[in-house]
Design a protein around this ligand. Structure first.
Ligand SMILES: [Zn+2]
Length: 131
């Protein structure tokens, strides 16, 4: 395995991970909860009663890495998601797009889903390290 480093420039919006992924407690089996409130395991099948699962909000597609259809990149360790017009280190030729046009491209789909944050729209530099 090799380590890859990328730098992205994103004209768009920064989201914290907990805005994209929500932690939820979920049951592992369908047996009724035991009367003992402190019980950690199911008395019928022995599985843990509760497990914390992370579920993304429906607007985020982790297969295509898009939020409401807008391209996105995570920083290292998936702390923040940057959503907008993304330029990767080795890309070139995206310098002919006007900033107001970019803003419109990012704003429209996000605003429809209630995910637009005017004050967070900026030019972000994102460092990513795969390891
Ligand atoms: Zn069970």
């Amino acid at each position: 395995m090799s380590t890859n480093y990328y730098a992205y420039t994103v004209v768009g919006i920064k989201f914290a991970k907990n805005e994209i992924y929500r932690s939820e407690k979920a049951r592992l089996c369908k047996h009724p909860l035991p009367e003992d409130k402190n019980a950690k395991f199911c008395p019928v099948c022995g599985q843990k009663l509760w497990q914390t699962i992370e579920e993304s909000i429906p607007e985020y597609d982790d297969m295509t890495e898009q939020l409401a259809g807008v391209p996105a990149v995570w920083d290292t360790d998936q702390r923040h998601l940057f959503v907008g017009v993304v330029t990767k280190t080795e890309d070139s030729g995206k310098n002919d797009i006007e900033l107001p046009l970019i803003k419109d491209m990012v704003k429209r789909p996000l605003e429809l889903k209630g995910l637009w944050h005017e004050k967070r729209f900026a030019i972000w530099t994102v460092l990513y390290c795969s390891y």
